[in-house]
Ligand binder design. Structure first.
Ligand SMILES: *Cc1c(COP(=O)(O)O)cnc(C)c1O
Length: 423
């Protein structure tokens, strides 16, 4: 029977098919290494001529289930799980960029990614060229030269909440033969599949909605397998033999990007997830489709409530009628815009602090995109290392409150907001 299941089914079942007598739930395999009686077979594994596990830094059976499931959910060819969202973003760049190379990113991205791109990778000689998410195609094309290796954007930027015009970025990526990677953390494959809109790679902090329950840090990259590396002069690394991996030519393999990420970047940098991480991530992922529907419904109701409240100065939520991101959200997020919204209370930062202290059900935490409702004041916490101009570039104001609407009953969420807003 052809297995062309829908997203909700794949969240629960994809990636693992037990045989008779095997566990119904994909188990944690808590072993670093694997036994082979035939040394020649082990050589074939190292040659990538045969599939199999040999050492967990590179691949392990527990993560393999999660990787296969996420590849199915995003419509990709393969995936690699890593130890955090930051590791995923770093690997995305390090797999294609060395000193002297550059890449383009929208400036509306997660603060940790901004820091990595703007400061830490720059120290390694890799230059990130930022473009406003709303920049014209011509403005973005001006940033491309022969050493440009990647275009990077976020589906729903955390916390700017901007939605990129996928078509615009995909067109540039195709025209110049440059990889297009999308951080899909806040949308997840339940709400948006970037590969369907011309992306080549999908990047995740699985810490957020994918795992969903604020128990586990993790990251992952899905490879669309839809980018032609062969003969592309931008990617000499993929077309010349890798001396560090006994002469393999990645462009000649079925999924070049993720294979190189695994046998070279993961082997050398060790951004490896623990089997327990992948087990917990996969368990949380089972309910992703259910949760994203509830998060989206609850957040829209909370946004509407806030918009009509006399003590609220502004609300931003991509699915809210009249929101500046609504046209692109309508196009790329037809099933909902997830649980994250931003707003400010009248009276600025001081009033925001009073509001946060008065909340009871909704907790003030660093985390976002959790099944439990939570808030954060980005300018004084996650984004406090950024200058005022960098804050503005990331789409954050001094009084912005980020509200991550959970899956609790909406009446209880709104009561808590109402109580904290009353003066
Ligand atoms: C949290 C987050 C990251 C970083 O992920 P960690 O798992 O915390 O390392 C990257 N991108 C986005 C959009 C995020 O929200």
């Amino acid at each position: 029977m052809k297995k062309n299941y829908k997203t909700g089914t794949n969240c629960i079942q994809a990636g693992y098919e037990p045989k008779d007598g095997e566990p119904r739930v994909a188990p944690i395999v808590q072993s670093t290494t694997y036994v082979y009686s035939d040394p020649e077979r082990m050589t074939r594994l190292f040659d990538l001529a045969e599939e199999g596990f040999f050492y967990n830094r590179i691949a392990d059976p527990t993560s393999d289930v999660l990787e296969k499931k996420m590849a199915v959910l995003d419509g990709g060819k393969a995936a690699i799980a890593v130890s955090s969202g930051q590791a995923a973003s770093a690997m995305t760049v390090l797999n294609v960029c060395g000193a002297g190379d550059n890449f383009i990113s929208t400036s509306q991205i997660y603060g940790g990614t901004y820091n990595l791109f703007d400061k830490t990778l720059r120290r390694l000689g890799i230059e990130c060229r930022f473009a406003d998410v709303g920049a014209t195609g011509a403005e973005i094309e001006k940033l491309i030269d022969k050493n440009t290796k990647l275009i990077f954007a976020e589906t729903i930027a955390n916390p700017a909440l901007s939605v990129p015009d996928f078509e615009k970025f995909a067109k540039i990526s195709k025209k110049h033969g440059v990889l297009f990677a999308v951080d899909n953390t806040l949308a997840t494959p339940a709400l948006c599949r970037p590969l369907d809109h011309g992306a080549n790679l999908v990047v995740y902090s699985t810490t957020k909605y994918v795992q969903g329950h604020a128990s586990t840090i993790g990251g992952l990259i899905v490879d669309g397998g839809n980018f032609n590396f062969a003969g592309n002069p931008r990617y000499a690394d993929f077309n010349e033999p890798d001396e560090s991996y006994h002469g393999v030519v990645y462009a000649a393999l079925p999924v070049p990007y993720v294979t190189k990420a695994r046998v070279q970047v993961q082997r050398d940098f060790g951004f490896t997830p623990a089997p327990m991480t992948s087990f917990l991530t996969n368990a949380g992922l089972e309910t992703l489709a259910l949760r994203m529907k509830k998060h989206s419904d609850n957040a829209l109701a909370a946004a509407q409530f806030l918009k009509n409240h006399k003590n609220v100065a502004y609300v931003s939520y991509p699915a809210l009628e009249g929101d500046q991101n609504k046209p692109l959200a309508g196009k790329y997020l037809p099933f909902g815009a997830g649980g994250v919204l931003t707003f400010s209370v009248k009276g600025g930062f001081e009033a925001a602090k009073v509001f946060i202290k008065k909340l009871s059900l909704i907790k003030n935490v660093t985390h976002v995109a959790d099944i439990r409702s939570c808030v954060l004041h980005p300018a004084s916490t996650t984004h406090r290392q950024l200058s005022e101009s960098s804050l503005a570039e990331c789409g954050i104001k001094a009084d912005t409150i980020r509200l991550s609407v959970g899956c609790e009953d909406i009446e209880d969420i709104i009561n808590d907001l109402e109580n904290a807003l009353c003066r």
